[in-house]
Design a protein around this ligand. Structure first.
Ligand SMILES: [Zn+2]
Length: 114
């Protein structure tokens, strides 16, 4: 499953950060999940619960923040938060837009215990 490999990479990332900071365990993992990332939050959480047991994240809480789609319009220069999965500018209807946020999943913050 897609979410399994994402979670494995996430936990590896957490562990290497914990090692850098000489932490013994990870208390909280804050991530941002873009609505266009293709990640299903429920599945991600389930995968995290499964894989964390063998890692420094064993007692960690996963704190997920859903990131809406943000686009920048090149026609009217306005930035907007999209309630739907469309890249059309809601102000002028242009398709000449750029995605600013909401496309990926990112580790935002770690709370560690030393
Ligand atoms: Zn526009």
């Amino acid at each position: 499953m897609h979410e399994y490999s994402i979670v494995m990479a996430l936990i590896e990332q957490c562990e290497s950060l914990a090692k850098q900071h000489k932490a013994n365990s990870i208390v909280r993992v804050d991530i941002k999940v873009g609505i266009l990332s293709g990640v299903e939050p429920c599945l991600l959480e389930q995968a995290f619960m499964t894989f964390k047991l063998d890692s420094l994240c064993a007692n960690a809480l996963l704190n997920m923040q859903i990131q809406p789609l943000i686009i920048q319009c090149h026609q009217c220069e306005k930035q907007s938060e999209q309630s739907q999965r469309t890249v059309l500018c809601p102000h002028c209807g242009s398709a000449d837009t750029q995605i600013i946020d909401g496309e990926d999943m990112m580790l935002m913050q770690l709370e560690m215990d030393t």
